[in-house]
Design a protein around this ligand. Structure first.
Ligand code: SF4
Length: 512
């Protein structure tokens, strides 16, 4: 089952394009084009082309979200018996490890540091290789994931030349540069796709490990995209009358689940942006169904699509739908939402949440997602557009804020900066990541699950107005910053200095 490959000779590795990375400002703050040209010069043009196809930008250039590599790092850190090693600038690694531990990683993140000398001489690659050999203990690990961040990706550090396996421990090398992978959501797909590709080759080569709980006898539906832990259980109950079972959720929590995920009857692209993973499933001969069992209409449509993909007899599907619809409808009408809402996020489930809000009675005007439009997001986009909701893919912060200003919602659901702005304006607001995606979404359990938190937030309008009035003018303009006393404004000083500056400017212009 393991793939054996001779260790690469350091001398045979392609030359590092260190010169391409010596310019000032390589990193988040440098131009994307400078980074891309560096990577192309370093022989990574093919990688960039693949990223451009898998994670197309547009209609907007790039959403503003955290370092994309956090997505793949988190996927690796959540897997059993998996070690993660980062290769990149110390400041990037500091930020990424800080965020990982902030989110409870409870595991070390490996780091192979570099300086201009180790980069120029190709020693960095040798250091990475050595680190991987030192780590590869089959008693501890199934897999080691090595990730090139921006600078090593731009300079062409060739992780593909690492051995594919050492002592039975799989080695996966990925590049996750911010100039090629637009969001951390899509970075999860970079690693999930690389793992599926590896596992698919293993499965094609011979027998592989069964899942921990044993092999499922019924045909399964693999669930693509991270979700609230109760949702796969609920989806399993919805699939049962069809003679199907819920398969693993990808990204998986253990290597052996990858084989079970590939061994499914159909893949449900609950998060529709997992393009590299979908490529692997399609290569394994699996069909893909978009959207999810959300609300009444979403559940009916999704069960029909899954039933058709798995060849389930129509009466069976209809019987399941007839049983579920009254329960979902009942839950929705017991917990209605009333109020105008704008919604933005970067998780990839924004359109599904939007559908649930609309079916709950909310007057939803706008959905912005940092993720791209894909064939698998089309059912949800069409459904929302038909109900007059504006759907904005690759949304920028400015557009999310403009939507809030335009629609004057009773509630803004959004990312941290959107919520911050909403608070300043006295608009009740909720963080998408912490408060909305941490709830069940699907079937009867999802119906009504948002209403409590959403209605409570909308009901806070009076408190928001009181706070806005209380803090009015504090920390704005000339009074921004930390002061020992109440700041005294001196507009006369400003006028005086403006006159003096104008005089100096005029004098300078007079000099021949
Ligand atoms: S690795 Fe992440 S933090 Fe570092 S420069 Fe790239 S995008 Fe920015």
């Amino acid at each position: 089952m393991t793939v054996h490959q001779p260790l690469p000779d350091a001398a045979s590795a392609p030359a590092i394009n260190a010169a391409a990375t010596t310019g000032d400002g390589l990193g988040c703050h440098s131009g994307q084009e400078a980074m891309r040209s560096a990577a192309t010069a370093a022989g990574n043009a093919e990688m960039l082309e693949r990223f451009a196809k898998d994670y197309p930008v547009g209609p907007h250039d790039k959403p503003q979200s955290m370092c994309p590599a956090f997505g793949s790092l988190r996927v690796g850190l959540r897997m059993r018996r998996t070690a993660t090693v980062l290769s990149g600038s110390a400041c990037c690694v500091y930020g990424l490890t800080f965020t990982s531990h902030f989110y409870g990683a409870r595991r070390s993140v490996g780091y192979v540091p570099f300086n201009s000398e180790t980069l120029v001489t190709g020693k960095l690659f040798e250091d990475i290789r050595e680190a991987v050999f030192l780590l590869a203990d089959p008693a501890l690990y199934d897999t080691i994931v090595v990730t090139n961040l921006c600078v090593p990706s731009a300079s062409g550090v060739p992780l593909r030349l690492l051995p594919k396996e050492i002592n039975g421990v799989r080695i996966i090398g990925i590049d996750v540069p911010g100039f090629g992978v637009p969001t951390h959501a899509e970075a999860k797909d970079v690693l999930a796709g690389a793992m599926l590709a590896y596992a698919r080759k293993e499965a094609e080569a011979g027998p592989v490990q069964a899942p921990r709980a044993g092999r499922e006898e019924r045909p399964t539906v693999t669930l693509l995209g991270e979700m609230f832990p109760a949702d796969p259980v609920g989806i399993g109950m919805m699939l049962e009358p069809l003679g199907l079972a819920a398969g693993p959720v990808v990204p998986t929590r253990e290597w052996r689940e990858l084989y079970a995920a590939l061994d499914c009857a159909v893949v449900a692209a609950i998060h529709p942006f997992y393009t590299a993973s979908i490529r692997e499933f399609e290569a394994a001969g699996r069909s893909i169904v978009g959207s999810g069992p959300v609300g009444v209409e979403g559940t009916v449509a999704w069960l029909s699509a899954i039933g058709a993909a798995c060849g389930v007899a129509k009466p069976l599907v209809e019987a399941a739908q007839n049983r579920l619809v009254p329960a979902i409808r009942g839950a929705l009408s017991a917990m209605p939402i009333s109020g105008r809402i704008t919604l933005s996020g970067y998780e990839g489930s924004e359109l599904l949440v939007a559908r649930l809000l609309v079916e709950s009675g909310a007057d939803l005007r706008y959905v912005g997602t940092a993720c791209p439009r894909t064939p698998w997001s089309e059912p949800d986009r069409e459904w929302l557009a038909a109900r007059g909701v504006m759907v904005n893919f690759r949304a920028t912060l400015e557009q999310d804020l403009a939507a809030m200003a335009e629609f004057q919602p009773d509630l803004a659901i959004g990312t941290t900066p959107v919520v911050q702005k909403a608070k300043q304006l006295g608009i009740p607001s909720l963080y998408f990541t912490n408060l909305i995606s941490a709830r069940p979404l699907f079937g009867p359990a999802g119906a009504g699950s948002l209403a409590q938190v959403v209605n409570a937030a909308i009901g806070n309008k009076g408190r928001m107005d009181a706070m806005k009035a209380f803090f009015a003018g504090v920390g704005e303009g000339d009074t921004a910053g930390t002061w020992q006393d109440t700041p005294q404004l001196h507009p006369d000083f400003r006028e005086k200095f403006a006159r003096r500056a104008a005089k100096a400017k005029a004098a300078a212009e007079e000099i021949p």
